[in-house]
Design a protein around this ligand. Structure first.
Ligand code: PMP
Ligand code: GLN
Length: 380
């Protein structure tokens, strides 16, 4: 029997590859992005409470009302945007599902989608499975700024969607007010939609402010805004996210979501809804991770790695050109096997595997993990 793959060039995602290599080698895993510290005990207790009190059957397709209401209140408070919990908010099984559902909802065969590279690895396969054509624009190296003229040039009559991600994985770059102004100018008077991956909205450093699409009505009216509870509450394994979009876009989004997963985990949604009432947890997350970033940077100061600026997310890019000229995929493999520290080679986030001799390290780790990893990195 012959199988005609719909994704002939796609292999196993780098996160699975590097985490497996790390486990096999008993290395310190700073590759795949997930915290190695505990979930807040109150949140665990709430999940148990809702599981034990019978909240174990299907949630409503759009998400449990209490959670949609809390999300709506948060977004109103932080971004001054009024999303109607009844028609403009959908709870999903992680941001990954929300990304896939948004793309599937609006991208048809032959539509072009602008993707900024390096790009999170789920975007392009989702575009291609829907018959769309990715059109790539690169972040400038090494500051990972965007040349909006390049984005403008990439636009055509076929452009359906532009995918944005700030704070950005893997670069740690974040949008400024100037980026937003340029974006507004580009999309004004077009039918281009925006998919804004804002999963790191609460992890932004040095006093910078998160430039959510929802802050700007003229951008919000054409945007799917996506976030993830996994990043905010140290619960990446629970796979709950959400999508904000105006009602006309949310209707299309929900047409896909209802047949992709139908609904997401019920007791966890109730637990998040109650836990979200404690706003300090997400309001203090940036300070928490900024400390981690600074700790990691101090610990590796005497190493031969050179840190690139990191303004948000829990990823730090390190330049290794003073150590080796190997391609990043090979160097990260050797770093894991010979030196016991796993990282992610960012070339996998480019369609032409651009190799800048940098690696991505996740600092969402206990201080002792960062200390042990840094000790090894300083020996190289
Ligand atoms: N987008 C980006 C940029 C991410 O880093 C992640 C984290 N894996 C996701 C989307 C997916 O989030 P989730 O784990 O909620 O599916
Ligand atoms: N977002 C995480 C990262 O970038 C993990 C994503 C995944 O494993 N699919 O490392």
């Amino acid at each position: 029997m012959k199988i005609h793959s719909k994704l002939p060039d796609v292999g196993v995602t780098i996160f699975t590859v590097m985490s497996k290599l790390s486990n096999d080698q008993n290395a310190i895993n700073l590759s795949q992005g997930f915290p190695d510290f505990d979930v807040h005990p109150d949140l665990l207790a709430l999940v148990e409470k809702y599981m034990r009190s019978g909240y174990n059957q299907y949630a409503p397709m759009q998400g449990v009302p209490a959670l949609r209401e809390r999300i709506s209140e948060k977004v109103l408070e932080l971004y001054n945007a009024a999303y109607d919990p009844a028609s403009e908010i959908t709870v999903t099984s992680g941001a990954t599902e929300a990304l896939f559902a948004s793309i599937s909802a609006v991208v048809k065969k032959g539509d072009e989608v602008i993707v900024l590279e390096p790009a999170f690895d789920s975007y392009v396969p989702a575009i291609e499975l829907n018959g769309g054509i990715p059109v790539f624009v690169k972040y400038k190296f090494p500051d990972y700024s965007i040349d909006w003229d390049d984005v403008k040039k990439a636009l055509s009559t076929k452009t359906r969607l532009i995918i944005l991600n700030s704070p950005n994985n893997p670069t740690g770059a974040v949008f400024s007010g100037e980026d937003i102004d340029a974006l507004k100018n580009i999309v004004r008077n077009t039918n281009v939609l925006i998919l804004s991956d804002e999963v790191y909205e609460h992890i932004i450093f040095d006093g910078l402010k998160h430039e959510s699409m929802s802050l700007y009505p003229e951008l919000a009216e054409r945007s799917f805004v996506i976030s993830s509870f996994g990043k905010t509450y140290h619960t990446t394994g629970w796979k709950i996210g959400y999508c904000l979009a105006p009602a006309n876009l949310s209707v299309e989004f929900q047409k896909v979501h209802q047949f992709l997963t139908f609904a997401s985990n019920t007791p966890i949604q109730y637990a998040y809804a109650e836990f979200m009432q404690n706003k300090d947890v997400y309001l203090n997350l940036s300070a928490f991770y900024q400390k981690k970033r600074d700790k990691f940077l101090t610990l590796i100061k005497r190493s031969r790695f050179k840190a690139l600026p990191c303004h948000g997310t829990y990823f730090q890019m390190l330049d290794y050109s003073a150590i080796s000229h190997e391609p990043d995929v090979e160097f990260s493999r050797r770093l894991t096997m010979e030196h016991g520290v796993a990282s992610i080679p960012p070339s996998v986030f480019y369609h032409h595997q651009d190799d800048h001799k940098v690696l991505r390290f996740c600092f969402a780790k206990k201080d002792e993990t960062l200390e042990k990893a840094a000790e090894k990195l300083c020996e190289i």
